[in-house]
Ligand binder design. Structure first.
Ligand code: G4P
Length: 540
């Protein structure tokens, strides 16, 4: 292996932040970029939203709603590391996109609002990380406010998520009584200070060894006693730290802090980068591809069309798995079975694209896509490589799609096709006589709004979406299957996917169960049967 490749792999960390909306993901992301020198002033308080729009929104819709709909990839340097942060949408809803982004990450940071503990969205995203077995780091945020007791938060992780936590640091008080955190590794207290400019700039940390007499100027007798008790409880009651368990995703290093005030962000980042894995090997259909393999290879995990309103373009996001990407190189496109030129690669600092000369394992490059890429596609130099498992998710919300103006039907269909290729929606054809309008299926209901907005703004067709009462989609395999077996009866409907495969949409799990009992000769699967390179998963 070339030593340059070795060096670049060793300094790379690629991760995503998972959280429930409002836990502080945007704030933490900004602070990480601030420490990485990627932005000079992290936005704070009122100016923050305005600035957030300026740097991380691609679509008008995002601006209107103040949410980030598309995932972006941010790269920043920090103490010799090249850090890739895959930004996932943080709104109430979720989409396949969020989950697929996790397929490109090597570790995850689970951000928790200390006042709220583990919330529903966190659980769903956690399950996806679990499935992949990637290391999960926990950051409990908003300690500057009154929150739940830290032991309770640890308990929450174990009971609700089934993962044990190992606190790297431990909070002393919360809200107005928040004094700082005790660093269990250095046996120092990192002092929380409310001075300064509310997190606009980096803060230096004041550290006082717990054994030092100076500690008494910071902590009252009662606080010190409580801290000593807590430490003893953790040291004696807890298990020893085991990095191997962290690497397997079975033990989560836990941190406490306050992203808004910058407190605890740097200590977190330092330890995180020390413990987080370097770019991981990936499974192909013929074996494992190591990052150190000199052959360049990677897979497409996301496709985004029309990111720039001035140029109707489409970008395929490729996670580099092995070797070195060099500008203008050719690679073998496995699905198409031919060499393609990897044109116009760029790296992303939100909406700003920077042309790049080279990229290494763990990096994400955006390839100009004339329509030749699909999610799950593999590219490699030196011949065929096919990566397994960019997951596709079984949709849970369905609607009939019509256009108000029949003359716009073609545009609607073109738009739907495009969004289906991006993986934003899945399209199904109805099989019943006279029912020609397509059904769209999505993983999160917000995708319907995105769909309507984009078809209108990008394809000029107004959509009406009539919601259907189904929540479960299952492909039918095994036996010859007649569509009329499951004629529409209000609880279910037979449809066909874009590849002509039959599936049944059920009102709920109960309706599915009923069908399974009544038709033991049929098999109902959450995964489209013949798709290679994709894997359907249900996370509900
Ligand atoms: P999200 O991306 O996870 O949805 O969360 P975001 O960063 O937007 O933060 C949600 C709210 O929580 C924001 O307040 C933000 O300022 C606040 N917040 C984030 N980190 C901390 C923290 O460490 N301590 C405290 N006290 N608050 C924090 P907001 O009122 O919704 O927005 P804004 O008016 O501050 O822009």
């Amino acid at each position: 292996m070339s030593s340059e490749l070795e060096r670049e792999i060793a300094r790379r960390r690629t991760f995503a932040i998972i959280s429930h909306p409002d836990a502080g993901k945007t704030t933490l992301t900004e602070k990480l970029l601030l420490y990485g020198g990627a932005i000079h002033l992290a936005g704070s308080v009122k100016a923050r939203r305005a600035r957030r729009h300026a740097t991380s929104d691609w679509m008008e819709l995002e601006k209107e709603r103040g949410i980030s709909v598309t995932s972006s990839v941010l790269q920043f340097p920090y103490k010799g590391h090249a850090v890739n942060l895959l930004d996932t949408p943080g709104h109430q809803d979720f989409s396949e996109d969020t989950y697929r982004t996790l397929a490109a990450a090597d570790s995850a940071v689970m951000l928790i609002d200390a006042a709220k503990g583990v919330e529903p969205q966190t659980i769903k995203l956690f399950k996806v990380c679990r499935m992949r077995g990637i290391p999960i780091f926990t950051f409990c945020n908003k300690l500057d406010r009154y929150g739940r007791a830290p032991l309770e938060l640890m308990d929450d992780l174990e009971k609700v998520l089934g993962i044990r936590a190992w606190p790297i640091n431990w909070p002393i008080g919360s809200g107005p009584d928040f004094r700082g955190v005790y660093d269990r590794r250095t046996k120092e207290v990192i002092v929380f200070s409310t001075e300064g400019d509310h997190g606009e700039t980096e803060v230096g940390e004041k550290r006082i060894p717990l054994a030092s007499p100076d500690i008494k100027s910071l902590l009252s007798e009662a606080e010190l006693e409580k801290l000593n008790e807590d430490i003893e409880l953790l040291d004696i009651g807890g298990e020893p730290f085991d990095l191997e368990l962290v690497k397997k995703g079975q033990l989560s290093p836990m941190f406490f802090g306050s992203a808004m005030t910058n407190f605890g962000v740097r200590p977190f980042l330092d330890v995180f980068l020390e413990m987080a894995p370097t770019p991981a090997p990936r499974q192909t259909f013929t074996g494992v591809m190591e990052p150190s393999n000199p052959r360049f290879s990677g897979f497409v995990f996301k496709i985004q069309a029309n990111m720039d309103a001035n140029h109707r373009d489409r970008i395929a996001f490729l996670r580099v798995v092995s070797g070195r990407y060099e500008k203008g190189m050719n690679a073998f496109h496995s699905r198409l079975g031919k060499e393609v030129r990897l044109a116009k690669p760029s790296q992303f600092m939100a909406a700003e694209r920077t042309a790049i000369e080279d990229a290494w394992p763990g990096d994400v490059i955006g390839l100009f896509d004339p329509g030749q890429y699909r999610i799950g596609d593999s590219l490699a130099t030196g011949g065929l490589v096919e990566f397994e498992g960019v997951p596709r998710f079984s949709p849970e919300f369905f609607a009939i799609c019509r256009t108000k103006d029949p003359l716009k039907r073609k545009q609607m269909e073109k738009g739907l096709e495009q969004l289906a290729e991006e993986g934003t929606v899945q399209i199904f054809q109805q099989l019943q006589m006279g029912m020609k309008d397509p059904i769209v299926g999505v993983v999160g209901a917000l995708q319907f709004e995105v769909l309507q907005y984009r078809i209108e703004h990008e394809y000029g067709a107004n959509l009406t979406l009539d919601r259907l009462p189904y929540s479960v989609a299952r492909w039918v395999v095994g036996q010859p299957f007649e569509a009329k077996t499951f004629d529409w009866d209000g609880n279910r409907q037979t449809v066909q996917d874009r590849d002509g495969l039959p599936l049944v949409l059920f009102r709920d799990e109960w309706a599915l169960q009923h069908a399974e009992e009544k038709h033991p000769e049929l098999k109902f699967v959450a995964q489209a049967p013949q798709l290679r390179g994709t894997q359907f998963v249900s996370v509900a």
